[in-house]
Design a protein around this ligand. Structure first.
Ligand SMILES: Cc1ncc(COP(=O)(O)O)c(C=O)c1O
Length: 381
């Protein structure tokens, strides 16, 4: 079992930061990597042509190991919406197909799917849980699976719901999509890094992940996996860097039509992302050393006290055992004002989010039992 890793971050020691789902803090090693790249910009002549590609390759290598794909199937993207647009603009199964997502899906995914529906003259189906069910998380997964049939063109969901942490059974959903010929697109922003995922086992066609949460990366940079369905696709833009001769700077105008293999055609232009990409590389290295499963177990150990606390108050957790350990919703006593409680917590330097009528709590390796004790102590006042 991991122990608290707070010493590897520059987080304010007085703060109990239980809000990684909002934005992850950066590692000290990422700070150093960013500064190194920044200082190198003082002397551009020290930058070799290969420097434009080496960190890109390293990041793809580590991320592909994290999600169970080949490195060439990974593309760098600036945001999740870019990734969704690249995937959905290349998926045309014919008019009139159904697109499925879940209730309260994050807006970048929702609007991308809505546009696909309009352009493909399809129908948008939004699946929510059965609010009367004893186990809402279970009912939500069952309803989702039941909704996928031969009229389904695409399913776009988050691996873990951003508001309440419910886990969707990716392997069962991917299997069903494969059976009916639907495209399976997953937004991994709220789980990848902190929870294991295997794109092949789950038959995922495209996995889209912003890096500034559980990948502990910088803002404006994300990572994506594109499976075989997309390998002949049309990228959103024409970057010189994605063609087969891009490494030979003296011959760039010997225009090469051929793209680099796999998902490389979907890399955003100016892929090298100096400063930002070395930060992400350090974070990915560290995450792989901790392992996503190790982070999930560590979060579970801290969450257990909170589960007891909620049980004693007769409140439970939103989605019960179907919620992830690193992100979950904490229902509040009837009549309480979540925004007021959040303000009270912040006055004591405890940070969480409000989503609907619950607090959204997220736990990572820099947290310790004391953070949860502070949260519970203030909730009792
Ligand atoms: C599930 C999910 N997807 C995407 C995002 C944001 O991604 P981007 O800023 O790249 O659109 C968030 C942010 O909260 C999120 O929770």
């Amino acid at each position: 079992m991991l122990i608290c890793q707070k010493h590897l971050f520059s987080l304010d020691p007085e703060v109990s930061y239980l809000n990684n789902a909002y934005r992850g803090p950066i590692l000290k090693s990422s700070e150093e990597a960013a500064l190194k790249d920044l200082y190198q910009m003082r002397n551009p002549f020290t930058q070799k042509s290969e420097d434009f590609f080496t960190t890109v390759s390293r990041v793809k290598e580590i991320f592909s190991a994290m999600v169970g794909s080949d490195a060439q199937d990974i593309a760098l993207i600036p945001s999740t919406s870019y990734g969704f647009a690249a995937a959905l603009s290349n998926w045309k199964p014919g008019p009139g197909k159904k697109a499925i997502t879940v209730q309260d899906e994050f807006p970048s995914g929702y609007f991308s799917l809505k546009r696909w529906v309009e352009e493909n003259k399809g129908e948008l189906q939004i699946i929510g849980p059965d609010f009367e069910a004893k186990n809402r998380g279970k009912s939500w997964n069952e309803r989702l699976l039941e909704s996928i049939d031969t009229s389904t063109g695409v399913v776009l969901i988050s691996s873990v719901h951003w508001m309440n942490g419910v886990k969707f059974d990716l392997e069962a959903i991917g299997q069903r999509c494969a059976e009916v010929g639907a495209c399976f697109i997953v937004d991994g922003t709220q789980s990848v890094g902190a929870m294991p995922i295997d794109v092949k086992a789950a038959k995922i066609d495209a996995l889209i992940v912003a890096s500034y949460k559980w990948l502990l990366g910088p803002y404006s940079l994300g990572l994506s996996f594109f499976g075989e369905k997309f390998h002949d696709g049309k990228p959103l833009e024409e970057s010189w860097m994605n063609r087969t001769n891009s490494h030979i700077f003296s011959e760039l105008t010997n225009y090469q039509e051929e793209f680099l293999p796999g998902a490389n055609r979907f890399n955003v232009g100016e892929t090298s992302y100096f400063i930002l990409l070395p930060m992400l590389a350090k974070a990915l290295e560290q995450l792989m050393a901790w392992t996503p499963g190790g982070i999930q177990d560590y979060a579970a150990s801290l969450k257990s006290e909170l589960v007891n606390f909620q049980r004693e108050r007769g409140l439970g957790l939103e989605m019960g055992a179907y919620a992830s350990n690193h992100l979950f919703g904490l229902p509040l006593p009837e009549g309480s004002d979540p925004k007021e409680i959040k303000a009270k917590l912040e006055a004591e330097k405890v940070y969480v989010s409000v989503r609907g009528q619950s607090l959204r709590v997220s736990i990572n390796v820099y947290n310790e039992a004391r953070d949860l004790e502070r949260l519970m102590g203030i909730l009792l006042t």
